[in-house]
Design a protein around this ligand. Structure first.
Ligand SMILES: [Zn+2]
Length: 105
């Protein structure tokens, strides 16, 4: 798979967090399943306002939004060389916009 790495934002991957995702009530913050691989994405200075209005939150470039708030088609799983071995990493498209979800689940 050909991936333009300049158009991707590599996530910071976390195992457990108590205050990771900026979205109130996000189950990633309270009910993380063991071994579940949640990635947190940070908005860039260019899209922080867009993310804020989409989620109806006041985000900053230091805020984290977990991958639950992105559509699956906005996430990519390229294989990259990390420390000499191929690893699959989770990325989001630079244009990906997080979406507010109903309190389902
Ligand atoms: Zn979240």
């Amino acid at each position: 798979m050909e991936v333009d790495m300049n158009n991707l934002h590599a996530p910071r991957t976390i195992e457990y967090t108590t205050d990771g995702c900026a979205v109130p009530g996000c189950i990633s913050n309270t009910d993380l399943v063991e071994d579940e691989n949640i990635s947190l994405f940070q908005p860039s200075i260019e899209n922080v306002n867009e993310w804020s209005s989409s989620l109806n939150l006041n985000l900053t470039v230091n805020s984290y939004v977990c991958d639950r708030h992105f559509r699956p088609e906005h996430l990519l799983y390229p294989e990259v060389f990390v420390n000499g071995s191929m690893k699959v990493i989770k990325c989001r498209l630079n244009s990906a916009l997080p979406i507010a979800m109903d309190a389902e689940e």
